[in-house]
Design a protein around this ligand. Sequence first.
Ligand SMILES: *[C@@H]1O[C@H](CO)[C@@H](O)[C@H](O)[C@H]1NC(C)=O
Ligand SMILES: *[C@@H]1O[C@H](CO)[C@@H](O)[C@H](O)[C@H]1NC(C)=O
Length: 370
Amino acid sequence: MAESTNISSSSLTTKSPSRSWAGLLVLILSPVLVSLLVYRLDDFDSAPYPDSALSLDTIFVPKHHGHVLNVTEKLGNGILSGPEDIAYDSESRVIYTGCSDGWIKRLMVTQSVSEVTVENWVHVGGRPLGLAFGLDKELIVAEPDKGLLKVTKDGEITLLTDEAEGLRFKLTDGVDIDQSGLIYFTDASYKYSVHDHVLDIFEGRPYGRLMSFDPSTKQTQYLEYWSAYSLLIFAMGEGVECITSKARKVGSVDNFVDSLPGYPDNIRYDGEGKFWIGLTSGRATAGDFILKNPMMRKIIVILSRYFDVPITQKDGGVIAVNLNGEVIGLYTDPGLAGVTGGVKIEEHLYYASLAASYIGRVNVTHTDNV
Ligand SMILES: *[C@@H]1O[C@H](CO)[C@@H](O)[C@H](O)[C@H]1NC(C)=O
Ligand SMILES: *[C@@H]1O[C@H](CO)[C@@H](O)[C@H](O)[C@H]1NC(C)=O
């Protein structure tokens, strides 16, 4: 036994020391080299966001309800799969929402949540996102892949537009309509589909567009490329749409509100001086770090080709902002993620979420007195 040990140890020492060092070095370095090669060869090319787009400060929030699920009533619980946007018809008191199963569903606003019944109204297919009523109460629907659709009161579906400037839409997302009936809408990305929208955010290039569609001339007009941050397309894009139609700011796009305490999505005006902005998730240090760091974004995208990379979202909710862009209320919960937007109807805030199977309702009367 002792002999054999000796032999093996002597055979070790007979090897050239430089060769074994080289072997060790290759052993250690090869995963690094392979990783570098994979990194260099991968054509995913993430770009930096401008500093101004990623402020690390957060805006002053005077009133924060941080456990909004405690006081949430759930409408259509278990029946609405990932409601994304809400359009409210105040005449009939009916809420319309687009679900992940391709249905536009509708429900009547009632005093008691237990009386709410959900109706499968029209199946547009795909994954309907933004919704807004046109002048004749037709429902304009942004379906990411198909484009901008019109659904008449009788449920007849027509395609209004699916391309501008020779580029087909790939992620038709937000929609709003001004008093003249002109439709403003966004294609959040002409490169990535709705299933890959995270890649659009991770790449950080201006693939999003704000456009208008004139129902009388059937003209689609491109208004603005969202300079370098399509992240803000989901976010500011829709917001400016809303501001465009309400405050007529077309052509002078500026930051209406930034440094939000979460990542914004749909924005809706309530006709009473407040914008209600969905926050898909609260701001996390890790999320901010990743967004600020294009190399990190690329590494995560490459890793995600081989492994499940979890993206944790929490503290989603809705923030209310006045016409000057000052926060007047924030409603979040650690258990809320993928919150896409909120609409104020009478005393309540109704909010929708990609991760929920209901529309949430919260009494926000006190916000009015701020
Ligand atoms: C709200 O819910 C959280 C977590 O479930 C709990 O810790 C908290 O005490 C609740 N607050 C109220 C006011 O019920
Ligand atoms: C909403 O809350 C206010 C008080 O904060 C209350 O007066 C009102 O009745 C509530 N509305 C509903 C519909 O529960």
